[in-house]
Design a protein around this ligand. Structure first.
Ligand SMILES: *[C@@H]1O[C@H](CO)[C@@H](O)[C@H](O)[C@H]1NC(C)=O
Length: 405
């Protein structure tokens, strides 16, 4: 068990609060303790997809501790779940373990995921996702698989011709699914011999509850081991947040409300460092939930870079570290084709924007807050759907210039 102390510095007053986070033994299948949020099938599914997302993020982030990282894990969960419908029982249980579904014991798993995806994609929340399996036509594909995925998730896998038109096909589809916002998904053609490709993408247009008065003010953003970069910043006094500080992780944590029951968590290390290993290792659905209960309301003088980010990566090299090496060697996708098939790519692209507008003004009457929250150095952030607890996006920003659209 890990005990973490949060310290909130609010003007001159100090208040202490504590959160406990249970680390459970996943390998022995020990009974996991669930907080109240994780009690319905949808919120349990929310926790499973989040934990998968944190694992994926951790693996990508640890590959190189000096780079930006950005993912929309829920769309990756979706596409790998589509794939699981084509697997043997063994393949399915390997995938379910990586996706954290093995903890759910949910006989209606696919319907639950479908409901969760629908609930986080309602228009007000600002998230659109695309997830689809693309298969080489030469594999003599079993049509039942196409029908099964389409009936369950409303997206029909697609057979590729193996020519130059494939890239345009995929890119057009992703653009269409994300309302025109995720463009040029692939910038080079898929490898000629790749049999099976998982495509996932997301666009997030975040809408603050409380608007920012200033936006686009150019200020310095510190970068580890380099000179600061000039970034457009959003600024506002008396901005309502929930806040705390974690002395073990040496960072300030803030939760900012977005519209339609979504929130952003910002983890801001005390030092200018891109190495957030300790923090990354703490992230689980339960940790973030426990944390959110300890944060206290505060009004801050808030400065935040304009978040207009885009990121693309092939996640295939990470799947081995998710416990899928054995599966990758022999994916056993017997319901897709009788011929042996292998996964050729797991391309993923995510784009986000946050507009300075909000539907409320910060309080004008109170004197300017003494507490300031200046996000002007490397930070980690995540976007969570509060109703389901599902992690929608997660990113580490070490140099916002390199992520900016
Ligand atoms: C990053 O931080 C961790 C934990 O504080 C440390 O063990 C590791 O050596 C650091 N990595 C680098 C590349 O500095």
């Amino acid at each position: 068990m890990k005990r973490t102390t949060f310290l909130l510095v609010c003007g001159v007053a100090l208040s202490f609060c504590q959160a406990q986070s249970e680390t459970t033994d996943e390998e022995t299948g020990a009974e996991e303790e669930h907080v109240e949020l994780f009690t319905t099938p949808t919120t349990k599914m929310g926790a499973a997809t989040s934990d998968f997302g944190y694992n994926l993020f951790r693996i990508l982030a640890s590959r190189d501790t000096t780079t930006n990282v950005f993912l929309a894990p829920i769309s990756v969960s979706a596409v790998l779940t589509h794939l699981s419908l084509g697997g043997s029982e063994r393949a399915q249980s390997q995938l379910f373990r990586a996706l954290r579904y093995h903890t759910l014991q949910d006989p209606q798993l696919h319907n639950t995921l479908k409901d969760l995806l629908a609930s986080v994609k309602v228009p007000g929340k600002g998230l659109s996702t695309a997830a689809r399996i693309y298969l080489a036509r030469r594999l003599r594909l079993k049509q039942d698989f196409f029908t099964l995925v389409e009936q369950q998730y409303g997206v029909r896998p697609k057979a590729l011709m193996g020519g130059t038109k494939d890239m345009k096909d995929i890119n057009d589809w992703v653009t269409q699914e994300t309302g025109g916002k995720v463009q040029n998904f692939l910038t080079k053609a898929l490898p000629r011999n790749s049999g099976l490709n998982a495509v996932s993408a997301a666009y997030f247009k975040g809408k603050w509850v409380t608007r920012f008065g200033e936006s686009g003010v150019l200020e310095n953003f510190q970068v580890e081991g380099g000179s600061p970069v000039r970034m457009p910043m959003m600024k506002q006094d008396n901005y309502p947040v929930k806040m705390g500080a974690d002395s073990d992780l040496s960072c300030t944590i803030a939760q900012i409300l977005l519209q339609d029951d979504v929130s952003m968590f910002i983890f801001l290390p005390d030092e200018v460092t891109s190495n957030m290993t300790l923090l990354e290792e703490s992230l689980t659905a339960e940790f973030v939930q426990d944390l959110s209960m300890t944060l206290l309301p505060a009004q801050v003088s808030f400065t935040l870079p304009t978040l207009r980010f885009s990121y693309f990566t092939d996640l295939l090299p990470l799947l081995g570290d998710l416990g899928l090496s054995e599966w990758l060697d022999d994916p056993d996708l017997e319901k897709i084709s009788a011929q042996p098939t292998k996964l050729g790519s797991v391309n993923h692209k995510v784009v986000m924007e946050m507009a300075p507008e909000g539907n409320q003004y910060p309080s004008a009457t109170s004197p300017p807050s003494h507490l300031s929250l200046r996000v002007d150095r490397p930070f980690l952030y995540l976007i969570r759907d509060e109703a389901s607890g599902a992690l929608l996006l997660i990113g580490r920003v070490v140099n916002p210039k390199d992520l900016s659209i």
